[in-house]
Design a protein around this ligand. Structure first.
Ligand code: HEC
Length: 117
């Protein structure tokens, strides 16, 4: 039951993320929002920008994470992190619009090398 509800929610999130892709303005707004959320909530452990090392070495730089995950799978990963926490991080609900913005921001880190089709 709970899983079904979560799937529905993820589908909704993915749909919204899909919309943002076709709109350049909301796209960059989401990226800026994601960057702000990352610097507030993630930068303590992860390198969040296009260069630099993570302050916690097991926490991979976001640009490396970006290379391994699609935006949709990132969104699922972040959703799980938001519910159950990860590693030393206690569960900390991430606001829904931040989840999406974070996934978009992290994905944007790989755009300079691999342009969107
Ligand atoms: C307290 C330190 C800490 C904070 C804060 C933190 N992380 Fe992490 N994160 C880690 C560590 C450590 C790992 C890797 C552990 C491992 O792979 O064994 C990790 C792994 C991840 C992964 C999986 C990456 C992979 O290598 O596949 C994602 C995605 C992620 N973090 C996203 C985030 C996001 C988004 C935030 C901010 C909302 C965040 N993290 C904040 C410590 C942290």
């Amino acid at each position: 039951m709970r899983v079904t509800k979560m799937m529905a929610m993820l589908a909704a999130l993915a749909a919204v993320a899909g919309c943002a892709t076709s709109q350049g303005d909301s796209d960059s707004a989401a990226i800026r929002q994601g960057e702000a959320a990352a610097s507030a909530q993630c930068a303590g452990c992860h390198a969040i920008g296009p260069s630099g090392e993570s302050s916690r070495k097991e926490a991979r730089p976001f640009r490396a994470i970006a290379a391994d995950y699609s935006e949709a799978s990132l969104l699922r990963e972040l959703e799980a992190i938001s519910e159950v926490g990860h590693y030393q991080m206690p569960p900390r609900p991430i606001a829904r619009e931040d989840l999406q913005a974070l996934a978009r921001y992290i994905s944007s880190l790989r755009l300079p090398r691999r342009r969107r089709p």
